[in-house]
Design a protein around this ligand. Structure first.
Ligand SMILES: NC(=O)c1ccc[n+]([C@@H]2O[C@H](COP(=O)([O-])OP(=O)(O)OC[C@H]3O[C@@H](n4cnc5c(N)ncnc54)[C@H](OP(=O)(O)O)[C@@H]3O)[C@@H](O)[C@H]2O)c1
Length: 321
């Protein structure tokens, strides 16, 4: 299978590229050549820039499928579709759970849940615009390619090479042991999906030529943030005590913490994706692999969560109450 990946060298796309190459696909990567240059010598590399609209390198060639991991604005997706036209068999767009209406959704809703209003003219990517821009991207891909379009909506993705606010913070923090400040209720639902499972789903959808939307989310059985931290500690062999602290003591966008009104967003139905081949790697395996990767890279400072000093202050304040 000939697969073109728009992006493919950071985290989510990197897992997809690795899985495709492992499965024997002929992979072409299109990006600016800035993120992890030299990665994937077994792939063909084409340079371009979606910010400036430079798709010149894509003017020739044919692929069975394109995987668009780096499209955030309808403009970018429109330009990619215009240059590729019918030289791609399938257009798979990596979207997000943020496309769904915020609040008011039943837990474990499926892919037919109501979407937010599409947004086409926003320049800035913010919490307010991200999901609505992705809705517009999804609509445009589906309108252009019909049954040859596939939409994958990941929840929070976790795995090696994840430098974002997510599981990496908790894996590292739990491994350090001791009293852990949690600026949320331990019972808050979480639903993380292993990046390798997401990649497997993408490849299966391409191989089987499946149209429509699919949730790439973690297991459906209730998993809580407290349970996730405990699993991370078990994997690391550390002793911990989880100490709930007031959410207002935490910096904004704390890893995996969600305000109570947004809990439903942490509980989506994975049934359709499972039936299409989404694996369910146990959280303990994902956590162990993230721990090994983070230690292997020397645990560089994270720009999210509590620093040890902040956490000590917050715990002392909690004890004084
Ligand atoms: N992480 C999560 O929890 C999560 C959850 C839901 C959805 N998602 C979705 O997953 C996708 C992001 O995954 P990722 O960043 O890990 O993907 P990735 O494909 O591994 O990395 C991003 C790629 O985009 C390329 N890129 C960035 N700017 C570019 C530009 N202007 N022109 C051309 N290429 C460009 C980068 O290479 P260069 O820098 O070399 O150009 C890199 O290869 C997004 O679609 C996001 O909405 C992620």
């Amino acid at each position: 299978m000939r697969i073109l990946v728009l992006g493919g060298t950071s985290f989510v796309g990197r897992a997809i590229t690795a899985d495709a190459l492992r499965g024997g696909a002929e992979v072409t990567l299109f990006n600016r050549g800035r993120t992890n240059p030299g990665l994937f010598p077994g792939a063909r590399h084409l340079l371009g820039d979606r910010d400036t609209g430079d798709y010149t390198a894509l003017r020739g060639g044919e692929w069975d499928a394109v995987v668009d991991v780096s499209g955030f604005w309808p403009r970018q997706v429109g330009q990619a579709m215009a240059v590729l036209g019918d030289r791609v068999g399938r257009y798979l767009f990596v979207s997000t759970q943020a496309v769904y209406q915020q609040g008011g959704l039943a837990p474990f809703s499926d892919e037919s849940a109501p979407l937010r209003a599409p947004l086409r003219d926003a320049e800035d990517l913010t919490e307010a615009t991200y999901g609505r821009l992705k809705v517009a991207c999804e609509q445009d891909v589906t309108a252009r390619y019909g049954d040859r379009s596939t939409i994958v909506r990941p929840g929070k993705v976790a795995g090696p090479h994840d430098e974002d606010r997510g599981l990496t913070y908790w894996v590292r923090r739990a491994a350090r042991g001791g009293r852990i400040a949690l600026p949320a209720r331990p019972g808050q639902p979480v639903q993380v999906v292993d990046s390798r499972d997401l990649a497997r789903l993408v490849l299966r959808l391409l191989q089987d030529g499946r149209p429509g939307a699919f949730h790439a989310v973690g297991p459906a059985e209730p998993t809580t943030l407290g349970g996730l931290i405990t699993t991370c500690a078990e994997v690391a062999g550390s002793e911990i005590e989880i100490v709930p602290v007031p959410p207002e003591t935490a910096p904004p966008f704390f890893p995996l913490v969600r305000a109570e009104g947004f809990w439903a967003g942490q509980q989506r139905d994975p049934a359709r994706a499972r039936a299409a081949g989404l694996p369910a790697t146990p959280l303990a395996v994902t956590a162990a692999d993230v721990l090994a990767w983070d230690r292997g890279r020397g645990e560089p400072p994270l720009d999210h969560g509590f620093t040890p000093e902040q956490e000590a202050r917050v715990l002392a304040a909690a004890d004084a109450r």
